[in-house]
Design a protein around this ligand. Structure first.
Ligand code: TYD
Length: 395
């Protein structure tokens, strides 16, 4: 268990209680040895940084069994294709740009850059193997000094370093930025997309908070952090992915100009208390209300002797289920497409995960949509099924 680097400056305001590893889908014979930790959330006022108090060691989370495959969602595949076009447009005057991706998963993004000098760094063996199958130059490692040493020795500097839904997973942001600066050229870009604090506040989607999401960034926090390192947040572009994310564009040159869009976003963060502790307190109250509402909904369905199933065994669902004390007694099963999860049980609450192909046959009338961030894609797929009470903790 690691402590946050700025723990002393971080004020704890929200306690979710004991939590298992969010992606730790397990077999029956592993129930007794299941690992739990206290999920506490705090805010660093100086950096406007929303963060966990402590997190389990990354090796506990991103190991050979890590079950997240970017390619499992058509929407995500198309998103990364569009993202790659955005990068290519930015470098239209320098077509031979060198690109490195931190947490390159199964290569869904990098396979769009096969003609460029490209490197993917991916610590999880399962998804790294798929990247190799995709002919992507993937290294099965964590992004750290040891991994980048060979590029420093060869004096290779990248024009752009990218990370999607991974930067907030890295406990030591200082070490991360120091390493980036060693291999990013002057005026080069560090571009990353992460779930956005503002979207989480708006939707009260507190299920974004789990072991892997050590930080929930805002434009204000990113601006403050990177300025300490002589880098400049020059733009921020809202994204629909993961229920509301932000693409941050940080330039390795403190004197760079910032976009109008970013100015607006920073202003909005002040207006909505996203940059200060007031926002945290409001969010905490909303989360407590949401828990009460959800428990009432589930207990009311159960009191009518009706059955409930889940759809999409997301990491996010681990926070909802454990925080709201909802388990296999309330929800019979969760349907999912991920081969690794099928036949296993949900972390902490031990709900069986079934093959999504059985969903139609089982004919459930109350469906908890845990994968609410894929609602459009899922509704399109299941539109023939009528009279289903789809719900989530968001409504
Ligand atoms: P994801 O969006 O990655 O959320 P998290 O980051 O919280 O894990 O997970 C989506 C999950 O939903 C994943 O296990 C695959 C599953 N899924 C389906 O079962 N059917 C679908 O149509 C889609 C899009 C996803």
């Amino acid at each position: 268990m690691k402590c946050r680097i700025d723990k002393s400056k971080c004020k704890i305001f929200l306690r979710f209680g004991k939590m298992p590893i969010a992606n730790g889908f397990l077999k029956k014979n592993q129930f007794k040895k299941e690992y739990f930790f206290e999920l506490n959330v705090g805010f660093n006022k100086k950096l406007s940084l929303f963060q966990l108090e402590k997190n389990p060691s990354p090796k506990k989370m991103f190991n050979e069994n890590y079950p997240f495959y970017t390619a499992s969602s058509k929407f995500m595949v198309s998103h990364f294709e569009k993202f790659s076009l955005w990068v290519k447009k930015y470098f239209s005057n320098n077509k031979k740009f060198k690109i490195l991706e931190i947490g390159s998963n199964d290569g869904t993004f990098l396979k769009n850059f096969k003609k460029n000098y490209h490197v993917g760094i991916e610590p999880s063996k399962s998804v790294h193997k798929d990247a190799i199958k995709n002919n992507v130059n993937s290294e099965n490692k964590f992004f750290n000094y040891k991994t980048i040493k060979k590029y420093i020795k060869k004096k290779i500097k990248f024009d752009i370093i990218v990370g999607s839904n991974v930067i907030c997973h890295i406990p030591d942001q200082n070490a991360l930025i120091n390493n980036i600066l060693k291999i990013l050229r002057n005026n080069g870009l560090f571009v990353f997309e992460e779930p956005y604090l503002g979207s989480m506040y708006e939707k009260v989607s507190y299920d974004q908070i789990y072991d892997e999401h050590i930080y929930m960034f805002s434009a204000t926090s990113i601006k403050k952090i990177y300025e300490k390192y002589g880098m400049k947040l020059i733009d921020a572009i809202p994204q629909k992915t993961h229920g509301g994310s932000m693409r941050y564009i940080v330039k390795n040159n403190i004197n760079s100009k910032i976009s109008k869009r970013l100015k607006k976003i920073l202003f909005n963060e002040k207006l909505k208390n996203i940059d200060n502790f007031k926002g945290c307190i409001k969010f905490k109250k909303e989360v407590e209300k949401s828990k009460k509402r959800l428990r009432e909904k589930i207990l009311s369905i159960k009191s009518k002797k009706q059955k409930i199933c889940g759809y999409g065994a997301t990491s996010k669902s681990t926070t909802i289920l454990n925080y709201c004390n909802i388990n296999f007694k309330h929800i019979d099963c969760i349907f999912d497409t991920t081969p690794f999860k099928i036949g296993r049980y949900s972390p902490g609450t031990h709900i069986p995960i079934l093959n999504h192909k059985l969903f139609k046959k089982k004919n459930y009338k109350n469906v908890f949509l845990f994968a609410w961030n894929h609602k459009q894609e899922i509704m399109k797929k299941e539109k023939k099924l009528k009279n289903i009470n789809w719900f989530s903790h968001l409504n």
